[in-house]
Structure formats: structure tokens, C-alpha cells
Design a protein around this ligand. Structure first.
Ligand code: GRF
Length: 198
């Protein structure tokens, strides 16, 4: 029985597309919903074009009422009964209640070599630190931000002249390789981390 995957996005959803495209044939999972906190998110149209159900709830009217916003998320998720939730460019911080409710079933991709640079502006921070390497991490989501068990990492070298934009551009194709590889393994119940380049 295929694992049911819900994907949460906030923007263009390039990682969502990569995940959805990977779930074909004998893949152990299938996408059942793409959900966004931004009704204008470009990824929603891409999901619809791929025949995936979508839902969107604007988080702005909820203000600081994160629980109220998450009630909408949970209602939509309950409809599709996901086995796995993939955060893919999802830019809202989730409450401990939400991560507890879906404990052990939420994955995220973060654009740094965790545990370095949790939070935002990761490329600029790696450059400011003079790091020789940078990368992205797929991890299980817990109540602590960008802190759960690591399930995969992809590394790049930082070249002279690199900027936050060039690092983001170098990393994105690797994210699109890493996240689907981790999901396929995770959907089989295998939490052995994947490291790229292999
Ligand atoms: C990516 O840099 C990803 O690492 C981060 O969100 C950014 C945009 O992702 N989580 P996407 O193109 O919306 O999937």
C-alpha cells in the first residue's frame, strides 16, 4: 500500500515538483495533497497541473494565532490522512502541538549543513563565516526549529565570488536530488542518512 504524502509549500514549489515527479511507478509513496499558507503560491498551479489536490489557507488573517491557522491545516490534512508530510519551502514555524500530532511523520529540507545555520539567511551566514563548504539537509521535524534527526545532506564547495544567490542556485538542483531520494527511503521505513555526493 503506497504511503500517502502531503506537501506543504509557501512559494514556487520547485522541491514539491521534484518530490511529486519522483513518486511514480514502483515508488512506495504517492502525493495526495499540496497545501500552502499563501493562496498565491506559484507551486499550487504546478500541483494542479500535475493532477494533485491542493488547498491554501492565508496565514495572515490569523496574525499571531498560530493554533488557529494550524486548525485549518489539520482539517485539510485529516481529509487526506497523510502518512508523511513534506515541508518544501514552507516558511511558517509550526507549533509543538502540530509537530507532536504528526510526530515522526514530518520531513523538511533546509538550505544549510545542519546543525549549522538554523533559521533564515543561511547562504549569507555561510559566506560571512568564510566557510569552505555549504549544503542542504533533509531532517525529521521536531518541536525545535531545524533540529530533528538528519536524514540526508548534500554538500557543495563555496567558490571565490560566490554570493547568496549563486549558492542558492548551485544548491537547488541538489535539493531536488536529495529530497526525493530521502523520501523514497523514508517511505520504506529506512532512516539511514543519504550523503551527496555519494
Ligand atoms: C529552498 O532553498 C529550500 O531549501 C527552502 O526553500 C527554498 C525554496 O524552495 N526550504 P522551493 O523552490 O519553494 O521548493
Amino acid at each position: 500500500m503506497s504511503k500517502r504524502v502531503a506537501i506543504l509549500i509557501s512559494g514556487c514549489g520547485s522541491n514539491m515538483v521534484a518530490l511529486a515527479q519522483s513518486m511514480q511507478g514502483d515508488h512506495p509513496a504517492r502525493p495526495v495533497l499540496v497545501l500552502s499558507n499563501d493562496p498565491e503560491a506559484g507551486g499550487l498551479a504546478k500541483a494542479r497541473d500535475m493532477g494533485i489536490a491542493t488547498a491554501a489557507f492565508d496565514h495572515k488573517p490569523f496574525g499571531k494565532d498560530r493554533a488557529g491557522f494550524e486548525e485549518e491545516l489539520n482539517a485539510a490534512l485529516q481529509q487526506v490522512q497523510p502518512d508523511i508530510i513534506c515541508l518544501a519551502g514552507f516558511m511558517r514555524i509550526l507549533t509543538a502541538d502540530f509537530t507532536a500530532k504528526w510526530d515522526g511523520r514530518i520531513l523538511n529540507i533546509h538550505p544549510s549543513l545542519l546543525p549549522k545555520y538554523k533559521g533564515l539567511h543561511t547562504h549569507a551566514r555561510a559566506l560571512a563565516a568564510g566557510d569552505a563548504e555549504h549544503g542542504c539537509t533533509v531532517h525529521e521535524v521536531t518541536s525545535a526549529l531545524d533540529d530533528g534527526p538528519i536524514l540526508g545532506q548534500a554538500r557543495i564547495t563555496i567558490a571565490p565570488g560566490d554570493t547568496p544567490d549563486t549558492l542558492a542556485a548551485k544548491l537547488l538542483p541538489l535539493e531536488h536530488q536529495l529530497y526525493p531520494a530521502v523520501l523514497a527511503r523514508f517511505a520504506e521505513g529506512d532512516r539511514t542518512p543519504i550523503y551527496l555526493p555519494a
